[in-house]
Design a protein around this ligand. Structure first.
Ligand SMILES: Cc1cc2nc3c(=O)[nH]c(=O)nc-3n(C[C@H](O)[C@H](O)[C@H](O)COP(=O)(O)O)c2cc1C
Length: 207
């Protein structure tokens, strides 16, 4: 069965494996707002991810205000363009994309979720990224598209934005993820097969 818009809902319940293989970053959305009940379900799924020492260091910030998202997007674009001469910060391709007329860092998605680490710690980043993958797979299984927006991390961690978004001083934005109803089908990007560096097992010949 062909799935319109990579939309898992309305066809049949999907397995975790199906979600893992079918989820793709979505960058085209309808205006439909993700309702708070569904969003709460997705945040709960994110919070089910494992965390080192069961410390549960992740907290979430949700932005569903288009004006605010546009303002953050403009500030990020300015900051990226200001690094133009420093070739080590962003690739020329990234600069070119940001310069495209009308380009929005958050692709006009209705919702931005910021997964934040509440305190510093050796595995806090890992914990937040695991929560991020849970969030994206759960979103996919509910017919929503998602995309990590790494471009947003630096600006969102400035004291000004943290204060505006009520993110405590000691916390840090780690994974910004947009969510929304996809407006187009996103084709799959093939992955390389897993590169195995070593695989040691007891050979029967040695027994
Ligand atoms: C850490 C991280 C940062 C990313 N940042 C961006 C971003 O700023 N903008 C964007 O459009 N996509 C971003 N992506 C999405 C990747 O481009 C995308 O995952 C990759 O091309 C593979 O495509 P797929 O997710 O559809 O399989 C990011 C992904 C990751 C994991």
């Amino acid at each position: 069965m062909t799935r319109k818009f990579n939309d898992a809902m309305g066809t049949h319940p999907i397995t975790v494996t199906e979600a893992i293989y079918s989820r793709r970053s979505v960058r085209h959305f309808t205006d439909e707002i993700v309702d708070s009940e569904l969003l709460t379900t997705l945040l709960k799924a994110a919070a089910q991810a494992p965390t080192a020492m069961h410390e549960e260091p992740c907290a979430f910030s949700v932005i569903q205000d288009q004006g605010l998202l546009h303002r953050i997007s403009n500030e990020i674009k300015e900051a990226i363009l200001a690094t133009r001469s420093d070739k080590s910060t962003f690739s020329q391709n990234a600069i070119k994309i940001v310069q495209t007329k009308g380009f929005e860092i958050f692709y006009n998605a209705s919702t931005l979720v910021l997964i934040c680490g509440k305190f510093p710690g050796r595995f806090v980043e890992a914990d937040c990224w695991l929560a991020a993958e849970n969030l994206m797979l759960a979103a996919y299984s509910h017919g929503l598209g998602s995309c990590v927006i790494g471009f947003a991390v630096d600006i969102l961690n400035t004291p000004e934005w943290k204060s505006e978004l009520s993110i405590p001083e000691g916390a840090r934005v780690i994974a910004p993820i947009i969510l929304g109803k996809p407006s187009t089908f996103t084709p799959k990007i093939d992955r390389k097969p897993p590169e195995i560096l070593s695989w040691k097992s007891l050979s029967l010949e040695n027994t």
